[in-house]
Design a protein around this ligand. Structure first.
Ligand SMILES: [Zn+2]
Ligand SMILES: [Zn+2]
Ligand SMILES: [Zn+2]
Length: 153
């Protein structure tokens, strides 16, 4: 990880009035290094030097502050991904499509695909909407295509 990256994360924590602790920086660098969401078990594995309660608190704080958002995958496991700059404290704008690949299990944030406005019947007060798709990601569908070709030959 480059030094400038680290500085960005420190700035991010400062902006949200959070203390710059090593575990917090580590979570940020791990989540932003990947273009897919990271599952909580994966984070626990990488962050095995800190206890789960601390990790859980960090994730909660980041979610409250609008730094990361949580996505549940097909198995109901929590996955976390960095938010775009549109997110604010206690007010997320992550109503983009989440794509869960059934083969590699990766959860992709498709930031460019936003939910159309949805008018709920009177009396319903939604806090969040989730748009969720499952299937094969480009990498896996390419791989599946290759296997088929091989079988034909
Ligand atoms: Zn967000
Ligand atoms: Zn895949
Ligand atoms: Zn997302």
């Amino acid at each position: 990880m480059s030094k400038s990256h680290n500085n960005n994360f420190e700035e991010l924590l400062e902006r949200h009035h959070l203390k710059k602790t090593a575990p917090r920086l580590k979570v940020l660098s791990m989540l932003s290094a990947k273009n897919v969401a990271t599952s909580q078990p994966d984070l626990e594995r990488v962050m095995s030097d800190i206890d789960r309660v601390t990790l859980y608190r960090i994730l909660n704080t980041f979610e409250e502050k609008g730094i990361i958002h949580k996505v549940f995958d097909l198995n109901g496991t929590s996955n976390f991904a960095m938010c775009t700059s549109d997110c604010e404290e206690n007010h997320h704008h992550d109503e983009h499509l989440h794509f869960n690949c059934t083969n590699c299990k990766n959860v992709y944030c498709l930031d460019d695909l936003h939910l159309p406005p949805i008018d709920l019947p009177a009396g319903f007060k939604p806090q969040s909407f989730t748009l969720y798709a499952t299937g094969l990601c480009p990498k896996c569908s390419r791989a599946a295509g290759k296997t088929k070709l091989k079988q034909v030959v």
